[in-house]
Design a protein around this ligand. Structure first.
Ligand code: URA
Length: 211
C-alpha cells in the first residue's frame, strides 16, 4: 500500500479548524468539501487520460480528458457522503456508486448493508471516500468488495488516519494494490476506537445526528 500525507499549508489550516469542537456542522461540511478537493488534486495525479480532438474558437487541436471508463467514486455511508460533493466537483465526469458497511455487534464482522455499484468494475479506477480510517475494518472490507468486482485500481481518500488502521490495511491487504491519501496521520486510537486527537464522530459532526 502506498500512503501519502498531503502536506500543504491550506490542508493543515482547514484541518485545524475542522478538528475544533466548536466548529459548527455547516462550517464542518464546507471544510470537508474543500479538504477533499485538495486531497483529490493529489489523489488523481496519475489517473488514466486519453486524447480528445476539439475545436477552439481559433483552430482544431488535441486536448486531454479523463479516460473511459471514467473513474468511479464510492463514498462509504454515512460519513463518506460528506466528501462526495468536493470529489465530484474535481472530477465531474466520474460516476458515483454507494457502499454501506457496518459492524455486526454480535459477531463483530463487517456486513454490507447497502450497495449501489456496477456489477462489473473491470477497467474502473475506484476512489473510495471515508473520512476516518480508524480500526480499518470497514475500509479493508470495502477494498476487498471492490476488487471482487474486478476494479482495476482502488485509491482511498480519508481526512484522518490512525496508525493502527494503516497497519491493519497493510497486514490484511498485503500484496493488494491500494493508494491511500490522507490529510494527517494522528497519534492513536482510544479505547472506544476514536482517533486521537482526531475530530470526534465525523458523521455526527457532518449531519448533527446520533447514529
Ligand atoms: N469514526 C469517526 O467518526 N471518528 C473517529 O475518531 C473514529 C471513527
Amino acid at each position: 500500500m502506498r500512503v501519502q500525507v498531503v502536506e500543504h499549508p491550506l490542508v493543515a489550516h482547514k484541518l485545524t479548524v475542522l478538528r475544533k469542537k466548536e466548529t459548527p456542522s455547516i462550517t464542518f461540511r464546507q471544510l470537508t468539501e474543500e479538504l477533499v478537493m485538495l486531497l483529490a488534486y493529489e489523489a488523481t495525479r496519475d489517473v488514466a487520460m486519453e486524447d480528445v480532438d476539439i475545436q477552439t474558437p481559433v483552430t482544431s487541436t488535441t486536448g486531454r480528458r479523463l479516460a473511459r471508463p471514467t473513474p468511479l467514486v464510492v463514498p462509504i455511508l454515512r460519513a463518506g457522503l460528506g466528501m462526495l460533493e468536493g470529489m465530484v466537483r474535481m472530477a465531474p465526469t466520474a460516476e458515483v456508486g454507494f457502499l454501506g458497511m457496518a459492524r455486526n455487534e454480535e459477531t463483530l464482522d463487517i456486513v454490507t448493508y447497502a450497495e449501489r455499484l456496477p456489477a462489473d468494475l473491470t477497467g474502473r479506477h475506484v476512489f473510495v471516500l471515508d473520512p476516518m480510517l480508524a480500526t480499518g475494518g470497514t475500509l479493508v472490507e470495502s477494498i476487498r468488495f471492490l476488487y471482487e468486482r474486478n476494479a482495476s485500481r482502488v485509491t482511498c481518500i480519508c481526512l484522518l488516519a490512525a496508525p493502527e488502521g494503516i497497519e491493519r490495511l497493510e497486514r490484511e491487504l498485503e500484496g493488494v494494490e491500494v493508494d491511500l491519501f490522507v490529510a494527517a496521520i494522528d497519534e492513536r486510537l482510544d479505547e472506544n476506537a476514536y482517533i486521537v486527537p482526531g475530530l470526534g464522530d465525523a458523521g455526527d459532526r457532518l449531519y448533527g445526528l446520533a447514529e
